[in-house]
Write a protein that binds this ligand. Structure first.
Ligand SMILES: [Zn+2]
Length: 200
C-alpha cells in the first residue's frame, strides 16, 4: 500500500499544478489530521476524498499573483483556513504537507500555529528556512520545534518548479491541466509575468 506521506504529497502536487495554470509558482500545501493509524487513514481518505475526506482540514496553492498578496503562500492560506475551520489558532495533532521547503514567513507561521509535524518535498536552497538557508525550527529561543520529514516525492516537486521557471524564462506559459507549453509552439498568446521570474 502507498505510504500516507506519498498519498498526501501527491494531492499537494496536484494543487501546485493547478496554481501553475494560473501563473502561480507551483507550490501546494495540505493540512491533515494526525492520527495513530495513517495506513488505515489512506483507505478512508481514498474512499471519500472528494470534499468530505475526514482527514483533510484545508488545502491551497500559492496564490500571490491571483490575490496580489505577498503573504498568500500555500502554507499561509492553509493555516488561515484551518484555524478558522477549527475555531482554534493552535493546529495541534495535524500534519502539514508542502511540496517545497517553507520560507521564513511560512516557517514562522508554522511555529506560531503549533503544527507538530511538517512533511515537504524538495528543498529550497535559497529561501528555505527549515533546512537550507535558515533552520528556524532548531532555534533554541523558539518555544515550538516542529518535526520535519523531507524528500517525499522530491523529484516530482522539484521538477515541477524547475519546469515552471524554465517555461517562464523561455517566454512560455502554463496551460490548463498543469502541463507546460512554450510560446514557440505558436499557441501562446499570453507571455510571462516578469514578477514571477523571482522566487515567491
Ligand atoms: Zn512561504
Amino acid at each position: 500500500m502507498e505510504s500516507a506521506h506519498n498519498y498526501w504529497m501527491k494531492k499537494a502536487i496536484k494543487l501546485a499544478k493547478i496554481g501553475a495554470t494560473k501563473g502561480e509558482v507551483p507550490i501546494g500545501a495540505i493540512l491533515v489530521r494526525h492520527s495513530e493509524d495513517l495506513g488505515t487513514d489512506i483507505i478512508v481518505a481514498d474512499a471519500v476524498h472528494n470534499d468530505v475526506c475526514p482527514q483533510k482540514i484545508a488545502e491551497a496553492y500559492n496564490s500571490k499573483e491571483t490575490l496580489n498578496d505577498p503573504t498568500a503562500h500555500a502554507e499561509i492560506l492553509v493555516i488561515r483556513e484551518a484555524a478558522k475551520k477549527l475555531n482554534n489558532w493552535r493546529l495541534l495533532d495535524t500534519i502539514l504537507y508542502i511540496t517545497a521547503e517553507p520560507c521564513a514567513m511560512c516557517a514562522g507561521a508554522i511555529i506560531q500555529s503549533r503544527i507538530p509535524l511538517i512533511v515537504y518535498g524538495c528543498r529550497e536552497e535559497r529561501f528555505g528556512a527549515v533546512d537550507s538557508s535558515y533552520q528556524l525550527f532548531n532555534d533554541p529561543r523558539s518555544n515550538h520545534h516542529p518535526e520535519v520529514i523531507s524528500g517525499i516525492l522530491e523529484k516530482e516537486c522539484k521538477d515541477l518548479l524547475q519546469a515552471f521557471f524554465e517555461t517562464l524564462r523561455r517566454g512560455g506559459r502554463v496551460v490548463e491541466g498543469g502541463s507546460l507549453e512554450n510560446c514557440s509552439t505558436g499557441n501562446c498568446t499570453g507571455g510571462s509575468n516578469p514578477s514571477l521570474s523571482a522566487k515567491t
